[in-house]
Design a binder for this molecule. Structure first.
Ligand SMILES: *[C@@H]1O[C@H](CO)[C@@H](O)[C@H](O)[C@H]1NC(C)=O
Ligand SMILES: *[C@@H]1O[C@H](CO)[C@@H](O)[C@H](O)[C@H]1NC(C)=O
Ligand SMILES: *[C@@H]1O[C@H](CO)[C@@H](O)[C@H](O)[C@H]1NC(C)=O
Ligand SMILES: *[C@@H]1O[C@H](CO)[C@@H](O)[C@H](O)[C@H]1NC(C)=O
Ligand SMILES: *[C@@H]1O[C@H](CO)[C@@H](O)[C@H](O)[C@H]1NC(C)=O
Length: 577
C-alpha cells in the first residue's frame, strides 16, 4: 500500500527544510513530547514548581528535594514515582526557564525533571459572536418567561421537567410530522430501557455546582476533585459564578435529573456525573495530567470542552504528563477496556483555526466532536479538520435554538453554545451505549460512532466525500451527526475489535532542503512494506519536522491509495515545527 503526502505551498521562492531525525518517538505509532508543541513556545510564565521522577520511592524523593534545596510537594496524583518539588525563594514567575532543572537532571536518582510553565486554555464558548452582541449567559429567573422568540412546542409525554419541551436535540419538537427526524435519536434508547445507569462521567472544567437541585441526585463525589484549590469540593468559585458556569452547564447536559420539574433532562439522566475543577486558576501540565487521569479506576467517560487558543495561530498539544495520562487512561481505565475521552473540537472557525493543530482534539485517544446547528448547517464558529469524528447539535446562527441545561446559582439556561455544548451531548450518548454494553473498549466506541453517525441530516453542506470503506466523511462533521438509537442498537450486538497492530513507516529519507515556490507541490510517497498487511486502517499519525518561512502558507494533505484526499478511517495528526 502506498500513501502520499502532498505538500502545497503558497509562498513564493521559499525553502522547505526537513528535519527527519529530530522526531522523538516514545514507542512505535506514538509521538513523543520533545520537539513537538507542548505549549512551551508561547508559555506565559515558568512557575516555581518542578515535576520530578525519582527512583526508589517517596523517602528517596524527599531526600533528593532536601539535598538540592527544594520543598517536597508530595506525589503527583496518578503518576508512579513522580513528585512535585517547589522552590519558594525562586522568583515566582519568570519568562525563562530556571537553571535549577539541569541540577536536578544531573542527580543520578532523578530519571526526569521538568519545570512547569503556565498554559493558556480557552473554554469552548464561541466568542465573539458576529451576529449578536456578546450574550454569553441567558439566565432564567423564576419569573422569566422562557426565551420569547421560541414558540413553545407540544412536549412528548416523557418528562415533567420545565425545559424538556426545549430540548429539541433530544426529541424533534417540530409540529410538522412529514419532515425527516431532526434530533439525536435518543428517545428509542430510553424505550429500550437505557438511561446511563451504572456509568460515571467526569467533566473536566471550571467546577460543578453539585448541590444544584437538578444535579445533586446524580452527583458522584468519588470521582470529583478541585485541582485549583487542592480539595475534594469542585464547587465553582462563588465570587465569580457567572464566569465559572461552564462546567455546571456541561455537567447538566449529561446528567440533569429527570422528572423533578427543574430545568431539563440530561442525555444520560440515569448516569452519575462528577468532575475536576481545573480551569479556574493556573494551568500547567501537572494540573492537566492529574485531571485527565483522575479517579481512573471509577470513571468511564471524561468530557472536556476546552483546549489551547482557537485563534488560528496556535499549534499546541498536550505535554508529557497529559500524554502519559491519556495513554494510561486508554490502557488501564475501565478495567483495561479504556476510558473514553470526549473532546470539543474548537470554536475558532472565525479565525480559520484548524482543529488538527490542537493536539488534544486530534489525539487518537480522544473522540473529537464538532457542532451542527438546528438547521443541520455548519456553524460560523466551527473548525475543520480530519480528526473530527462526528458532530452533535449545538448553537448556530443567532436565531437558532441553543442548548438547555443547568446553570450556576441553582438556575437553568437555554443558552449553552458552541462545541462546548456539543461534546457533553456526545459524552451522554456514549454513557447510554456503555450502559447497554459495558464490554465496549475505547476503540469499539470509536468504531461504533464511525458506523452509525449519519450523513443524511447534514447533507445540505457541500464537500462530503466517500472514503475507502464506503462511508461518508467530511472535514466539518467527521462521519456525520451522532445517532444514539443506531449506536446503542449496534453496541448491543458488537464484537470487540481485534487488538490493534501498529505499522511504523519511516519515510525519513525523503530529502534535504527543497525549494518550493508558490503553487508548487511536493509529493512524498509513503510505501507501507509488504510485511505489514493492511486490511483496515483505524488511525494514522503522521510525524514530520519541517521548517518553512511561514507556517500558514503550507498545506498538507494525506492521499489514500483509493485517491481521496483524506485519511481512510480518520486521524491525521500533523505537527509543524
Ligand atoms: C411575573 O412578573 C409579572 C410582571 O413582571 C407579574 O405580573 C407576575 O405576577 C409575576 N409572576 C410571578 C409568579 O411572580
Ligand atoms: C449550594 O451551596 C451554596 C454554598 O454553600 C449555597 O449558597 C446554596 O444555597 C446551595 N444551593 C442549594 C440549592 O442548596
Ligand atoms: C435507569 O434505568 C435503570 C434500569 O432500568 C433503573 O433501575 C433506574 O431506576 C433508572 N434510573 C432512573 C433515575 O430512573
Ligand atoms: C459482555 O461480556 C461477557 C463476558 O464475555 C458476556 O457474557 C456478555 O454477554 C457481554 N455483554 C454484551 C452486551 O455483549
Ligand atoms: C448478532 O450478531 C451475530 C453475528 O454477527 C448475528 O448472527 C446475529 O443475528 C446478531 N443478532 C442480532 C439480534 O442482531
Amino acid at each position: 500500500m502506498t500513501l502520499t503526502l502532498l505538500l502545497i505551498a503558497s509562498l513564493s521562492n521559499s525553502v522547505l527544510s526537513w528535519y527527519p531525525n529530530e522526531a522523538v518517538f516514545w514507542a512505535p505509532g506514538e509521538y513523543g513530547y520533545q520537539g513537538v508543541h507542548n505549549g512551551l513556545e508561547h508559555a506565559r510564565d515558568f512557575v516555581n514548581e518542578w515535576t520530578v521522577e525519582v527512583e526508589g520511592g517517596e523517602e528517596v524523593a524527599q531526600l533528593v528535594a532536601l539535598e538540592l534545596g527544594y520543598v517536597f510537594g508530595g506525589k503527583v496524583n496518578g503518576f508512579p514515582d513522580t513528585y512535585t518539588f517547589l522552590k519558594y525563594e525562586h522568583e515566582k514567575q519568570r519568562r525563562t526557564p530556571s537553571h535549577h532543572t539541569s541540577t536536578l537532571v544531573k542527580d543520578r536518582r532523578v530519571r526526569w525533571a521538568e519545570q512547569l510553565f503556565s498554559k493558556s486554555r480557552v473554554k469552548r464558548y464561541p466568542i465573539p459572536d458576529p451576529d449578536a452582541p456578546l450574550q454569553r449567559v441567558k439566565r432564567l429567573e423564576a419569573n422569566d418567561s422562557l426565551q420569547k422568540n421560541i414558540v413553545s412546542r407540544p412536549r412528548a409525554p416523557w418528562f415533567n421537567d420545565e425545559l424538556w419541551g426545549h430540548e429539541w436535540y433530544l426529541q424533534d419538537t417540530r409540529t410538522m410530522h412529514n419532515l425527516p427526524r431532526l434530533d439525536l435519536n435518543v428517545l428509542p434508547v430510553y424505550v429500550m430501557g437505557y438511561n446511563g445507569s451504572g456509568v460515571r462521567v467526569s467533566v473536566l472544567d471550571d467546577g460543578i455546582e453539585h448541590n444544584h437541585t437538578d444535579l445533586r441526585d446524580n452527583y458522584d463525589p468519588e470521582i470529583s476533585w478541585d485541582s485549583n484549590d487542592g480539595d475534594s469540593d469542585p464547587t465553582p468559585r462563588l465570587e465569580d459564578l457567572k464566569r465559572n458556569s461552564h462546567g455546571t452547564r456541561c455537567a447538566g447536559e449529561i446528567a440533569m435529573t429527570a422528572n423533578n420539574l427543574k430545568c431539563g433532562v440530561g442525555v444520560a439522566w440515569g448516569a452519575k456525573v462528577g468532575g475536576v475543577r481545573m480551569l479556574d486558576g493556573r494551568i500547567t501540565d501537572r494540573i492537566e495530567g492529574e485531571a485527565i487521569g483522575y479517579a481512573l479506576d471509577k470513571v468511564d467517560v471524561y468530557s472536556a470542552s476546552w483546549g489551547p487558543n482557537d485563534d488560528g495561530r496556535t499549534v499546541e498539544g498536550p505535554g508529557r504528563l497529559a500524554i502519559e495520562a491519556f495513554k494510561r487512561g486508554v490502557t488501564q481505565g475501565r478495567g483495561g477496556k479504556g476510558a473514553i475521552y470526549v473532546w470539543a473540537n474548537g470554536n475558532g472557525g472565525g479565525h480559520s483555526d484548524n482543529c488538527n493543530c490542537d493536539g488534544y482534539s486530534s489525539s487518537i485517544y480522544t473522540i473529537s466532536i464538532g457542532s451542527a446547528s438546528q438547521h443541520g448547517l455548519f456553524p460560523w464558529y466551527g473548525e475543520i479538520c480530519s480528526s473530527t469524528l462526528a458532530a452533535a447539535y449545538s448553537s448556530g446562527a443567532y436565531k437558532d435554538q441553543k442548548i438547555a441545561t443547568t446553570d450556576t446559582g441553582d438556575s437553568c439556561t437555554l443558552g449553552h453554545t458552541g462545541t462546548s455544548a456539543a461534546a457533553p451531548l456526545a459524552a451522554g450518548i456514549i454513557a447510554l451505549a456503555l450502559n447497554a454494553n459495558p464490554n465496549l473498549t475505547w476503540r469499539d466506541v470509536q468504531h461504533l460512532i464511525v458506523w452509525t453517525s449519519e450523513y443524511a441530516p447534514l447533507s445540505a453542506n457541500p464537500g462530503w466525500q466517500i472514503n475507502g470503506a464506503g462511508l461518508y466523511f467530511d472535514v466539518r462533521f467527521g462521519f456525520g451527526l451522532l445517532n444514539a438509537g443506531a449506536l446503542v442498537t449496534m453496541a448491543l450486538n458488537w464484537t470487540t475489535v481485534p487488538r490493534k497492530h501498529v505499522c511504523r513507516v519511516d519515510a525519513a529519507s525523503y530529502g534535504e532542503d527543497t525549494s518550493l515556490s508558490s503553487g508548487q507541490n511536493i509529493d512524498v510517497l509513503i510505501h507501507v512494506e509488504d510485511d505489514c498487511v493492511v486490511n483496515y486502517i483505524e488511525h494514522i499519525e503522521v510525524l514530520m519536522n519541517i521548517r518553512y518561512d511561514r507556517r500558514g502558507a503550507l498545506e498538507i494533505y494525506l492521499v489514500s491509495p483509493q485517491g481521496e484526499v483524506l485519511v481512510i478511517y480518520e486521524r491525521l495528526v500533523v505537527y509543524l515545527v
